[in-house]
Design a protein. Structure first.
Lengths: 292, 297
């Protein structure tokens, strides 16, 4: 901590005022409101509300639709994380080798980070549209009945591909940084001992990358939970049926379309608990990985 | 022993051959990766230069056509003619740019100020302030979306640029990053400034700000993209066509994804929507990577 500090109370409080004002008005107040609404039940006209304790939570947790959305979220986020991290790790290992043009490859692989999730969805829609998309038409001609607007499994596949495509570049940057921090001497020693590249990867590189992988897993899950709303909204609208409705999408549907505030608030609170848990895990991890 | 010498030479040659193959294979994988990443954008780019009927028929072209000027003009000036139309791209690009800039500059400004207060001043409530800011890290806007929307409505900020940007401006990550950086600045700087008679305001302006330039640039890239790519929040707090952002407008043009859509215009709009943030990343690559790896999201 600093030994030499400025004195005074008015100036620091003035400096903090904008940040604290925004935090209080747009973070603490709404979060408090969500918790408060989650224990209330409004009548259909929105004129009266009564305290119902944890009933909204109890109702949400047994609701088949909510459970369906929770399952969708699990399938979706695990698939996105595995696909995006696996591809990124493979490409990072290739780009880490000393080859000509390594920097050019790097530039050509990181730009998708800048593409908005909703725009990524639109790009993949152009490819997988059953009647105007290159791949969509090819699949239909091959006799596979491809229409993501009718088939829930196909819709889920498409949103997973679009969401993962955008996230690979983020993971790639972190895996590459992780690989470059592994001392070359360690790898050379293993090579001299006669360890083949594949063996070297699994016994030396992969374990040394595990902190990076763990960090990325949390980031990817948070991304898949929340930032992919745009992908799903633009591509499938949660459909067909409710096949691609995730938890965050359901909060939106419940709060905006059905105006069921108590239930929506209870679902928001459940999501908050999930994020806080994930963030806590991530922080414990960051504290421990200071060494590199 | 000549025989052993020949063996060695053969072995060395074999190793060299294997390494050459390894290199070729590496290039092959990387090129494949680059192509898979670029393919959807290429198809979109090509599609945006053909007419609507070519794409509607499903004969997806792989090479550019001659309708580029007509399509981009249509996207730029009218946002398309179809049933699902957006505002003109000229307006939506302006809205997106303004929103992204306000969010990036706003976040950086209030984070610099609050990190300065927390690190360099000793005052009552310092830790309370720090933890209050820290808490916001745990509540992404998507989680508290409906109640935040209600706050915006009760403050009469619905359908305004202020409502679009201010709630996204508070940032624990930026504050933590600057705090981290300020803690590495040697105490002697403050002592020297005090001896020279510089107060806290001058110290901030003449010493701290110039030292923070690289961090500010790195953070700017990340936050600009964060702002540009917002989707759920603009979708909720704005229904005035004059404030429509291009990412939301693009998704609106898709509608139900009918084959009869004006896909050529939609594709032109998609190119316009992704070009600015991609350019920022490519041009400012060095700061982008620094910003990404140092903010850790």
């Amino acid at each position: 901590m600093k030994k030499t500090l400025f004195k005074g109370t008015a100036l620091p409080l003035l400096l903090l005022a904008p940040q604290l004002a925004v935090t209080c008005v747009f973070f603490l107040w709404p979060a408090g409101a969500a918790i408060w609404q989650s224990v209330l039940q409004e009548d259909p006209w929105g004129t009266r509300s009564e305290f119902v304790g944890l009933r909204n939570f109890a109702e949400v947790l047994v609701e088949p639709e909510w459970r369906g959305a929770a399952l969708n979220t699990l399938v979706f986020s695990t698939s996105v994380a595995v696909l995006a991290m696996g591809t990124a790790l493979f490409l990072a290992v290739q780009a880490d080798k000393s080859i000509r043009g390594a920097n050019l490859y790097k530039t050509l692989l990181i730009w998708p980070y800048a593409v908005a999730p909703a725009v990524a969805a639109v790009l993949w829609l152009f490819l997988f549209h059953p009647s105007i998309g290159l791949i969509g038409r090819a699949l239909n001609q091959a006799g596979l009945d491809w229409d993501y607007k009718l088939n829930g499994g196909q819709a889920m596949t498409l949103v997973i591909i679009a969401a993962a495509w955008k996230q690979v570049s983020y993971n790639f940057i972190f895996f590459l940084a992780g690989l470059q921090s592994i001392p070359k001497s360690v790898l050379e020693a293993a090579a001299i001992d006669g360890a083949r590249p594949v063996r070297r990867f699994w016994t030396i590189i992969f374990p040394l990358l595990s902190p990076t992988s763990f960090f990325l897993l949390v980031v990817n899950l948070v991304y898949a939970f929340f930032d992919t709303f745009g992908v799903i909204h633009a591509l499938t609208g949660g459909g067909p049926g409710k096949a691609t409705e995730t938890l965050i999408y359901k909060v939106y549907v419940e709060g905006v379309q059905n105006v069921n505030l108590g239930s929506s608030a209870a679902q928001s609170v459940i999501l908050m608990v999930i994020v806080i848990a994930l963030t806590a895990v991530q922080f414990r991890f960051i504290e421990r990985k200071v060494h590199y | 022993m000549p025989a052993a010498g020949i063996d060695d030479a053969a072995l060395a040659a074999a190793t060299l051959r294997r390494q050459a193959w390894d290199r070729r294979l590496t290039h092959l994988w990387l090129i494949l990766g680059v192509l898979v990443f670029a393919f959807p954008v290429w198809i979109t780019l090509v599609g945006s230069t053909h007419d609507a009927s070519t794409i509607g028929r499903g004969d997806v072209p792989l090479l550019p056509g001659g309708q580029a000027i007509a399509n981009y003009t249509a996207a730029w000036t009218s946002g398309g003619e179809g049933r699902y139309r957006a505002s003109p791209a000229s307006l939506m690009l302006w809205n997106s740019a303004l929103m992204a800039l306000l969010i990036a500059v706003g976040k950086i400004t209030i984070s610099l100020l609050s990190a300065y207060a927390v690190v360099f001043f000793q005052f009552p409530g310092r830790m309370l302030a720090f933890w209050t800011i820290f808490l916001t890290l745990m509540l992404p806007v998507e989680v508290r979306i409906i109640p935040t929307y209600q706050v915006i409505v009760s403050l009469d900020l619905f359908n305004s640029m202020a409502g679009l940007t201010i709630p996204l401006i508070a940032s624990a990550t930026a504050t933590l990053l600057f705090r981290q950086f300020f803690l590495t600045i040697p105490d002697e700087y403050v002592e020297a400034a005090k001896i020279d008679g510089a107060g806290p305001v001058r110290f901030f302006r003449d010493i701290l700000l110039p030292l923070s330039v690289t961090n500010i640039a790195a953070l700017f890239v990340i936050l600009f993209i964060y702002g540009w790519n917002q989707y759920l929040w603009p979708l909720l707090v704005v229904n005035d066509r004059g404030l429509e952002t291009i990412v939301v407008g693009l998704a609106k043009m898709i509608g139900n994804g009918d084959a009869q859509n004006e896909w050529n215009i939609i594709m032109a709009m998609a190119v316009l929507a992704l070009l600015p943030p991609v350019l920022v990343v490519v041009v400012m690559q060095r700061w982008f990577i620094k910003g990404l790896t140092e903010t850790e999201k």
